[in-house]
Design a protein around this ligand. Structure first.
Ligand SMILES: [Zn+2]
Length: 222
């Protein structure tokens, strides 16, 4: 028997992630589950480098190559990322620093997985997680349902000079290792990202080349 309430085109209004930019939360973790985080990502990325956009890339520096990092950079680290567990990574996670020693390459002491790297100021705050998950701007004042999270610190900016232009950007660095996002979340498809040209190869080793597609720079991995 047909359902009289059913209207035609049941799936027609389904959100198409790859046509309309949509910001939505994605969950990630290390292999054993001790590290748990959520990151707000806006798909599709805007490939114009002058715009604010999520960025996905592979870097050819020796650190990223050896660690096997697939970088995923949220638009605004301070408002787009929360670490739910552990809430004190400084004492509860392993840390590795190299070169200029400005970046913390945290890893799980139990399973060894690296989910993210931080640089710059960080903070532990209490937020209304449900509101934040629904897209309400992160607010640390006066909520009823508080969850303690660790995150890059808000309100820290720096001026970048590039190609003769000055630009204000967040001074905190946050890169997610995209392979630690939980599989089967809508929009997470390495096949699709690759075919659409969203994963660039960047050259940090010589700092000569622009991000490019097709072939890694010297020493990089495909
Ligand atoms: Zn782990």
């Amino acid at each position: 028997m047909k359902n009289p309430n059913r209207t035609s085109g049941g799936g027609a209004s389904r959100l198409n992630l790859f046509q309309i930019p949509v910001r939505r939360p994605y969950h990630g973790s290390c292999h054993c589950g001790f590290i748990k985080y959520i990151v707000q990502l806006t798909f599709p990325p805007n490939l114009d480098p002058r715009t604010s956009s999520i960025r996905m890339y592979k870097c050819n520096c020796s650190t990223c190559v050896k660690m096997g990092i697939l970088h995923l950079r949220p638009i605004n680290p301070a408002s787009d990322f929360v670490l739910l567990s552990p809430t004190d990574p400084v004492t509860e996670l392993g840390d590795y620093r190299c070169f200029a020693k400005k970046t913390d390459w945290y890893f799980c002491k139990n399973c060894g997985v690296r989910c993210f790297a931080f640089g710059g100021s960080v903070e532990t705050v209490e937020i209304d997680l449900d509101k934040w998950l629904r897209g309400v701007e992160m607010d640390t004042q006066g909520q009823e349902n508080k969850t303690k999270v660790f995150k890059p610190k808000a309100g820290e900016w720096k001026i970048i000079s590039e190609a003769g232009k000055e630009e204000v950007r967040p001074s905190v660095y946050l890169s997610i290792n995209a392979v630690t996002l939980e599989p089967d979340q809508e929009g997470l498809s390495l096949k699709e990202w690759t075919e659409k040209g969203w994963i660039a190869y960047v050259d940090a080793r010589n700092r000569t080349g622009q991000p490019r597609l097709g072939e890694p720079h010297e020493g990089g991995v495909y």
